[in-house]
Design a protein around this ligand. Sequence first.
Ligand SMILES: [Zn+2]
Length: 205
Amino acid sequence: MKERLALVVLAVIVIIALVWLYAYKLTPEPNAVSPDNSSAGSRAASIENPSRITKKTFGLYVTPSNSPVSPEKFTGYHTGVDFETTPDEANIDIPVPAICEGTLLLKKYATGYGGVAVQSCMLYGQPVTIIYGHLELASIMPGIGQQLKKGETIGILGKGYSTETDGERKHLHLGIHKGLVINILGYVQKQPELSGWLDPMQFLK
Ligand SMILES: [Zn+2]
């Protein structure tokens, strides 16, 4: 009887030891590199990344009654692309990088945009101007005439529904206008006028 009890105790000890060893092996070491990329994955894409949600695509005809955003104060064909922010980006600085290399031509406050910056670039061998709309004007550090490298920060997005965005949601309006003439119109009233503009998505792909 005593031998049997000893065997049972031994068996229990062996089982506990095996379970412990198994659990220990499955527990990753504290310094082990996590195989998932949760830290990188949770970092939001750059604001001009094509993977961003776009509520208004290039050429979309918008009216206050059909607009994907509300309230809408514009009517016309959208001359650029809007890149949306997520709710958790509402109160953090979202940098807006130059999408190409070129000179800063303009930074000012404009109705419909709040802060807006215009940069000249060469695209497919042709001069264009890039319109960056809804930036916080005071955050635009480069001076007029300053050469910007691709990826260099122009400024940060203006706070949503404030004067920094002229009351618009927090987002980037990105337009590419052909030629060197500065034209910051966000909408044109006739579809053929869109030919003066390029779809930024074609360039950012
Ligand atoms: Zn827009």
